[in-house]
Design a protein around this ligand. Structure first.
Ligand code: URA
Length: 225
């Protein structure tokens, strides 16, 4: 669905203290977000999707061109790599919650093309509030941060992704998180051999993530919801 960004900010969305009760409510509220200026040039906000009881949450960087147009995370070229890797790791995407650290597409125009621009630290920081709402609702057994922007948002500090990848780390709030590379990184590798090795290492990380989620107890079960 292509939504027209609303012109007036919703104070409810900006200052809500109560936890959101559904993913749909988060998704709707994201459309009114004015926490930074990225909404101005985006088609719509792209919140996460997946079941609110997902054991695994995947966090990417920000929606790309297709994600911005379709209103769904990871449905473009990086999403194809992600889907292939999930399938190879034996993970059902439908059972996972998939989202991004930043909910609006940051880009620059080159002719008619919209070229991805990495969100800066203040944009990522402003958008972290939304990721917290998603984490509060989903309470995944494990959060997998895809790439450096996601890792900084999930961990609340810069993380050396290539050094820490594939290891589950306990966060101060009791949740667990892991880093791995972003699927776009695999698309940028210089040759076939590097891409194959990179893809295999990515799948290995996803297999490790699946194992951690399988042996961790469900926060929903512990909280009786
Ligand atoms: N890259 C991301 O980080 N997220 C998407 O949804 C698509 C591409």
């Amino acid at each position: 669905m292509v939504a027209t960004p609303p012109t007036a900010p919703s104070q409810d969305a900006l200052f809500q203290d109560e936890p959101f009760e559904t993913i749909a409510a988060i998704s709707e509220a994201v459309q009114a977000c004015r926490r930074c200026d990225l909404w101005r040039h985006a088609t719509q906000g792209v919140a996460g999707e997946g079941p609110a009881t997902a054991a695994l949450m995947f966090v990417g960087e920000q929606p790309g061109d297709l994600e911005d147009l379709r209103g769904r995370p990871f449905v473009g070229p990086a999403g194809e790599v992600f889907d292939r890797a999930l399938a190879r790791a034996g993970i059902d995407r439908e059972a996972c919650y998939v989202t991004n650290a930043v909910k609006h597409f940051k880009h620059e125009l080159r002719g008619k093309r919209r070229l991805h621009k990495t969100p800066n630290a203040s944009e990522a920081k402003a958008c972290r509030w939304w990721l917290e709402q998603e984490r509060r609702l989903v309470k995944p057994r494990l959060i997998v941060a895809l790439g450096a922007t996601a890792a900084a948002s999930v961990f609340g500090r810069p993380v050396a992704v290539l050094k820490t990848r594939g290891q589950a780390i306990r966060l101060p709030d009791g949740s667990q998180a892991m880093t791995t590379v972003h699927p776009s990184y695999l698309l940028r590798l210089p040759d076939d051999a590097a891409r194959q090795a990179g893809f295999k290492a990515f799948v290995d990380d996803l297999v490790a993530a699946k194992a951690v989620a399988a042996r961790s107890s469900s926060v929903h079960a512990r909280h009786g919801n």
